[in-house]
Design a protein around this ligand. Structure first.
Ligand SMILES: [Zn+2]
Length: 133
């Protein structure tokens, strides 16, 4: 194992046990089981960005061309993926489905109105229509 990878894993382990009282994009704690990738802190990652686990899973499986399944706190992806790639996609998800496009704050919620999906911001009152996954 390379030194940088060791550092990264140590960092991830610290993050997993940390409290999540405010908005935060955690790095995934991932490992491979055969040809699959297991994200063991998936539900925690979702909690910290305050979104629905199924919604994030849908996004990740589409972006990563993988199948997914949530088991307990874990997400199991059907392909062997690098943690970095999963982290990059989670950041992309946050940009698109969590952060307000106007004020960039994360105090938002998704709302479904008349078949359209909106991102509503509690901080600035902004409301922007977004694409479905
Ligand atoms: Zn806003």
């Amino acid at each position: 194992m390379e030194y940088e990878q060791m550092l990264e894993e140590a960092y991830e382990n610290v993050k997993v046990t940390a409290e999540c009282e405010r908005f935060e994009i955690l790095n995934v704690a991932g490992h491979h089981e055969g040809t699959r990738t297991v994200i063991s802190n998936f539900v925690r990652v979702v909690q910290c960005i305050r979104r629905n686990p199924e919604h994030l899973m849908k996004f990740l499986t589409k972006e990563l061309a993988s199948q997914g399944e949530i088991k307990g706190d874990r997400l199991i992806l059907s392909r062997k993926l690098a943690s970095k790639d999963v982290n990059d996609k989670i950041r992309k998800y946050v940009e698109r489905f969590v952060l307000c496009a106007k004020c960039k704050k994360p105090d938002t919620e998704l709302s479904d109105e008349d078949g359209k999906l909106y991102l509503r911001c509690m901080a600035c009152g902004g409301k922007i229509q977004i694409h479905r996954i």
